[in-house]
Design a protein around this ligand. Structure first.
Ligand SMILES: Nc1ncnc2c1ncn2[C@@H]1O[C@H](COP(=O)(O)OP(=O)(O)OP(=O)(O)O)[C@@H](O)[C@H]1O
Length: 711
């Protein structure tokens, strides 16, 4: 700690009169009465905690015995099934229940626990990350807790990354919550800092980099995370070598040679780095950017927020049953109240519901009035549970239920918030649902995109020895802009279990249904298929010969030649597959780039919250004994510097870049010095961000620990 001038800090300032404050980064042009420089700071690591109330555990499973479901064991001799297809051989050693057990997954420390650990106050301080997490509602207790509530949880970023690695959007959301994970103590932190604000933000790169006289920079002693090439060593030279933090294989040939003596896990160097990730569609200069460039694109944010809102929507005074088996909080998804038995032979209804087993949301499709006569029928859903494909809505379960005061068959599938059907999107004017909105012609590229996705789904279905059976515009979901999924699978397998058609026959029928659906969409008319000549005339006029020939091929799918399979079709449209694949890769790049822009925002929110918490605590004699003295005083001035700066005209500075820059420097604890002036302009301090950071940490600790509270 170094101090310049006197008296010491406690005496250095007294604020009286109306507060007026000016802040300047340049210390030279300001009158300094008292200048104090404070010492070093430390960084804390975070653990992971999950609070859960065990009192909510209640085993109420009586209902599950009364129903048939997919897992209901039954005597199934290994005979040919009714439709002539050989049933899979049953293992005598494994029960049906065990066979359907979820695959073993090693338990991670982040997995939910049903036991709660009382959170002490100091732990609460550690649990700084607060996230809205869907409450887990134990089975049989759903009537007590029917809506999500916030749970305090801290996230460990690497763990989250492992769990959600395959889902960029989820990762984007969760990474915004991953904060304060700093693997290194502050003293070992290399003081580098770069900003995503770009050159215009004028964010300096901090010492210990110095010019080398050649226009380049050389490290001065401290470890340089950017130097991935080790210093060339003369033969026989002995010296300490450090691990290459960016090496993928430190133990490999190169790593072994250059970075010997490094054992154990290497934490990332630091995470205060912002490097814009390409591809960059345009070359923009700093002044051409705006605040939106810093955050997730507005349209994506809006879409995700709307989907969250739709997922959490509840219906308080509903006539629907409070509970259907292990589901609660039902919300209808049907757009029309009309009973329609055309597709399945029974009126079908769709609800969003929350599972009391795992707390997640599912879509329940109810077939009203269905009576199960053959238990084997419902067990046919088992095979569907194993179909895992991005173009098919995943089936999770099927069971009979009397919760709707009738005999109903319920299918449990993935819930895709705010999804529409292809019919809603492209045929709604023609089928009278939204007559005022004309259906737009579907561009060829979009139609190819649909075809490749459907082909992808059908390939997975057929490879599993199944057939989609229902393939029509009202049973294909659009879950994002041009992202579609085959919906309502498995239903006809149960409802028409006794059909005499073979699977091969049903698969060929899938190809024909596929072709008819594309023709229908191309003509924007649900009835065009009743007039095949007119339909194909229109198709020939509107689309390329390749598309038309592909659809022709599908429509002739019932021909019983060996080659007429979905695999042959996919081979035939391979050039279009490449084009769709390329679009998917572009989207993936875009999402990764968006993700990188959101990466650090959660951390800054927490830092700002900390600052807000420690500034001006009225419970300490109206702040007299809290921040009117000591290091907390300059925290207050720092708050003014960041948020209450005024320009030379005395007008408020409302520059978001200034705030983000300051907060990033604070979080990194840079050596850069700032000049803080009291509101009465009687005191000033020159402090580094590192010192402010230390003050913030210790003040926050003091606030969180009652024993140390100043009384
Ligand atoms: N898995 C799901 N996740 C989210 N929403 C769904 C899901 N399945 C269907 N929906 C929504 O429910 C609505 C009704 O679906 P459904 O399959 O019954 O179509 P429909 O147009 O009503 O067909 P039909 O006239 O044959 O009943 C659709 O608008 C769709 O957006």
């Amino acid at each position: 700690m170094a101090s310049v001038g006197k008296p010491p800090l406690e005496d250095a300032r007294r604020t009286t009169g109306s507060p007026k404050m000016k802040s300047r980064e340049n210390a030279k042009d300001t009158l300094c009465r008292n200048v104090t420089i404070y010492g070093r700071c430390r960084y804390e690591d975070k653990g992971c905690a999950f609070n859960h109330d065990p009192s909510k555990l209640n085993a109420n499973q009586s209902d599950s015995k009364k129903r048939f479901n997919v897992d209901s064991p039954s005597f199934t001799p290994s005979l040919l099934s009714g439709n002539g297809v050989s049933a899979p051989k049953k293992s005598t050693a494994i029960s049906p229940k065990a066979a359907s057990a979820a695959p073993f997954q090693p338990r991670t420390t982040s997995s939910r626990s049903n036991t709660s650990t009382p959170t002490t106050r100091s732990e609460a301080a550690q649990d700084w990350a607060v996230a809205d997490v869907q409450e887990f509602v134990p089975q049989g207790f759903e009537h007590v807790v029917s809506r999500p509530c916030p749970i305090s949880v801290s996230f460990d970023f690497p763990r989250i990354a492992i769990c959600f690695l395959n889902h960029p959007i989820l990762l984007a959301l969760l990474s915004a919550l991953a904060e304060d994970f700093d693997p290194l103590p502050m003293d070992t932190h290399p003081q580098y800092y770069s900003s995503r604000l770009g050159p215009s933000a004028n964010v300096p790169i901090q010492t210990p980099i110095q010019g080398n006289g050649n226009g380049g920079i050389t490290p001065t002693g401290a470890f340089d995370p950017f130097v991935t090439t080790p210093t060339p060593m003369t033969p026989g030279a002995v010296g300490s070598v450090s691990a290459n933090p960016y090496s993928h294989d430190p133990s490999g040939a190169m790593g072994g040679a250059f970075f010997a003596n490094q054992t154990g896990f290497q934490q990332p160097i630091q995470y205060h780095l912002y490097a814009p990730i390409g591809p960059h569609s345009q070359n923009t200069l700093g002044y051409q950017r705006n605040v939106h460039d810093l955050f997730i694109p507005n349209d994506l944010r809006e879409e995700l927020q709307k989907k969250s809102a739709a997922t959490l929507q509840t219906l308080p005074n509903t006539q629907l049953p409070a509970q259907v088996d292990y589901f609660h909080s039902l919300v209808p998804l049907d757009l029309s109240h009309q009973k329609n038995a055309a597709t399945f032979g029974y009126p079908s209804w769709i609800y969003k519901a929350q599972s009391s087993k795992d707390g997640t949301f599912y879509a329940l499709r109810r077939l009203e009035g269905f009576r199960l006569t053959n238990e084997k029928a419902i067990r046919s859903v088992q095979a569907w549970k194993r179909v895992c494909n991005a173009s098919v809505v995943t089936i999770h379960d099927a069971f009979t239920s009397r919760s709707f005061q009738d005999s109903s068959l319920i299918f449990v599938t993935d819930y895709h918030p705010l999804s529409k059907t292809l019919a809603d999107q492209h045929l709604s004017a023609a089928n009278g649902r939204f007559p005022s909105r004309p259906n737009a012609h579907i561009p060829e590229q979009v139609l190819w995109g649909y075809m490749t996705q459907i082909a992808n789904g059908l390939k997975a279905i057929h490879a599993s020895g199944l057939a989609a059976r229902v393939l029509e515009p009202s049973k294909v979901l659009i879950t994002a802009k041009t992202r579609i999924r085959i919906n309502a699978c498995a239903i006809l397998d149960v409802v028409q279990f006794d059909t005499q058609r073979t699977v091969a026959d049903l698969q060929r029928q899938d190809l024909v249904n596929f072709g008819q659906m594309i023709v229908t969409l191309g003509a924007n008319s649900p009835t065009v298929i009743h007039n095949p000549t007119k339909a194909m005339e229109h198709f020939t006029r509107a689309y390329s010969p390749q598309l038309k020939n592909s659809v022709f091929w599908l429509l002739n799918g019932l021909q019983k030649d060996q080659e007429r399979t979905i695999d042959t079709f996919i081979t035939g449209i391979s050039s279009q597959l490449m084009s769709t694949f390329d679009s998917a890769l572009h989207l993936d790049d875009q999402l990764t780039s968006d993700l990188s822009r959101e990466l650090e925002n959660g951390r800054l929110v927490r830092l700002i919250s900390k600052l807000g918490l420690v500034n001006e605590r009225p419970e300490y004699e109206l702040d007299q004994r809290w921040s009117e003295s000591g290091e907390r005083y300059f925290l207050k001035l720092f708050r003014d510097y960041v948020f209450h700066s005024v320009d030379s005209q005395g007008d408020a500075v409302t520059d978001l870049a200034h705030i983000i820059t300051c907060m990033n420097k604070l979080d990194a604890g840079t050596e850069e010095k700032i000049h803080l002036i009291s509101r009465d302009e009687q005191s000033c301090f020159i402090v580094s961000y590192k010192e402010v950071k230390k003050a913030l940490e210790s003040s926050f600790q003091a606030l969180s620990k009652p024993a140390r509270r100043m009384h």
